[in-house]
Design a protein around this ligand. Sequence first.
Ligand SMILES: Cc1ncc(COP(=O)(O)O)c(C=O)c1O
Length: 402
Amino acid sequence: MNGGGEELPPGPAAPVRFPRAEEREAILGAVRTPAFVLVERQLGENLTLLGRLREQTGARLLLALKGYAPGPLLGSIRGALDGATASSPHEARLAREEIGGEVHGYAPAYGREDLLAMAGLCDHLVFNSPGQARRWVDRAQGVSPALAFGLRVHPEHSEGQTPLYDPGGPDSRLGTRAAELAVEGLPEGVSGLHFHTLCEQDADALERTLVAFEDRFARWFPRLSWVNFGGGHHLTREGYDRERLVRIVRSFCERTGLTVYLEPGEAVGLNTGVLVASVLDLAGPGGRYAILDTSATAHLPDVLEMPYRPEVFGAGRPGEKAYTYQLGGLTCLAGDVLGDYSFDRPLAVGDRLLFGDMGHYTMVKTTTFNGVRLPDIAVLGEDGNCRTTRTFDYRTFRERLG
Ligand SMILES: Cc1ncc(COP(=O)(O)O)c(C=O)c1O
């Protein structure tokens, strides 16, 4: 067995809160594996906290569906937030039909078909460049005369650690730089600016970003009525400086008279779901390789992309407890590995493992690589009952192949 010693990827950016003992029991007694289980109580706690922040800041709060789209619980978000933000016509339709309130849209570019669909579904449509705005404002207004238009800007201030997740990086295509805007001019019809530069960050990062943003873009504020501060705000994380956020947003609104939007994804879904997986085999010397019925690349791609080390209930770092295993996935990808974990007791085929904080950037990113079955979706309700709301079969896989 591996005693560890190698450097491990960083853990989750926020402390993981697993479901309570009785909730874990209800989950394990109800689901087949693999399964994503959404915990209604935990989503409710996040929404209460976000509702309070909405009142205290005066900002409008939208759910970024790209990060978190808890299918069976979308109805709980209706009315709890001000609406949702969409990256595509499919997300915009989901927002319109199942969440309601305001629907905002942004994509790095729109082709004709998507633009017309977005225009029919959104209240706010944000363009990535003045060229896109000039090309599409009139067409979109033809579909929906009340539509508000925005321009995403690049504040040229980076708070990111990982280039893959740093939209504020120096060579990022996301957003228009101030120098370009000065040459092009604010496109006709644009009434708001949007920036998104954060990822799992605290209010201090927003404060620094806002200084750069105002420095570069305040000259256009008199022509605007709103600004969208994007996502990446870890609002519901234990220890997030919410008082500071309130101060920052209120002071911005008082100074500028503009309406502020925040569009978190992860913060809405933080700690609201788990993935349950089973051990299928213990392979290799001493049974070191625990092969699970899930997959990092197909079910939890952020584990490989960030990369980060997810938390497993009751498990420790390699060598910390008596029995260490490499937890590996079901696909042929050599690197389809969740990491090395140690346990108090030896693992056995059929054991179930609970991966924590798996509600966001998981269900929205899964693939059927190797034809692996997508995890079932289940909900642990406020009433303590756990029910499976969706299973996936051959048809799901076949339909996507065309
Ligand atoms: C434009 C935009 N808004 C909001 C979000 C949501 O970010 P998060 O889930 O980190 O809050 C993202 C994430 O990529 C984004 O690109």
